[in-house]
Structures are given as structure tokens and as C-alpha cells.
Design a protein around this ligand. Structure first.
Ligand code: SF4
Ligand code: SF4
Length: 109
């Protein structure tokens, strides 16, 4: 998430989903230091908890208009692979809207 044309901190669209199991951990994530209580564990598979409508690690500051990843250095492989300005990025913005729009939508749901 480092394309200068895209301000990820003011967006956060790719960290939202109504699917509580949207973000599955991959084998590469085994050594990453993610809090156990932030995960949904189902047998051999683990997911980052999105039950609140967005990633549990997304720290929202509506006043500042910021969406910060609280575990950035330990973020899962899928987050590392996600590129600002990519097709998937545009899709996430269209689906979820930028910060604010989506947060309001989630909180009234
Ligand atoms: S959807 Fe794109 S611009 Fe928005 S936070 Fe994700 S990578 Fe950045
Ligand atoms: S771990 Fe960080 S980058 Fe990945 S979905 Fe959660 S808040 Fe977004």
C-alpha cells in the first residue's frame, strides 16, 4: 500500500468487509505476531476477525479522517500483496467506499 497517488491512510477500503472471515491467514503468516484474540480459528484455518464490518486491526479516527493498520509490521501476507492502484484496489474502493462513507454505513447497519 504505497502508491503515492493513493492515500491509503485516508481510505482503508480494502480493510472493510461484511464477511467476518474475509481475511484468511496463509502459511507465510505462521511466524507473524498477531494477537490470538484477533483471530477466528476454525480447525486448521485461521482468519483475521472482521465481525465488526472491518478488520479488527483497523484503527479508525473519524476526526482526523484516518484509517491506520495497528499491526502494520506484522500484517498478513494478503495485505502485503495488496497494491494501491491495482485492479483490486479500485474494486475495493468501488465496493466499500473511502473512509467515512463506509464507516457511516457500517455503524448504522
Ligand atoms: S483500497 Fe487501495 S487506496 Fe484504499 S487503502 Fe486499500 S490499497 Fe490503499
Ligand atoms: S491487518 Fe492491517 S492492512 Fe490487513 S486488513 Fe487488517 S487493518 Fe488492513
Amino acid at each position: 500500500m504505497s502508491d503515492t497517488a493513493f492515500d491509503c491512510v485516508a481510505c482503508g477500503a480494502c480493510c472493510f468487509s461484511r464477511n467476518p472471515r474475509y481475511l484468511v491467514l496463509l502459511p507465510e503468516d505462521r511466524e507473524r505476531d498477531l494477537p490470538r484474540d484477533s483471530l477466528i480459528v476454525d480447525g486448521e484455518r485461521s482468519f483475521v476477525d472482521f465481525s465488526c464490518g472491518h478488520c479488527v486491526h483497523l484503527q479508525l479516527d473519524l476526526t482526523a479522517g484516518q484509517a491506520i493498520c495497528a499491526v502494520y509490521d506484522n500484517r498478513p501476507e494478503a495485505c502485503r500483496a495488496f497494491r494501491a492502484g491495482s485492479f483490486e484496489c479500485g474494486k475495493a474502493i468501488r465496493a466499500n467506499g473511502i473512509l467515512g462513507e463506509k464507516v457511516r454505513e457500517v455503524r448504522v447497519a
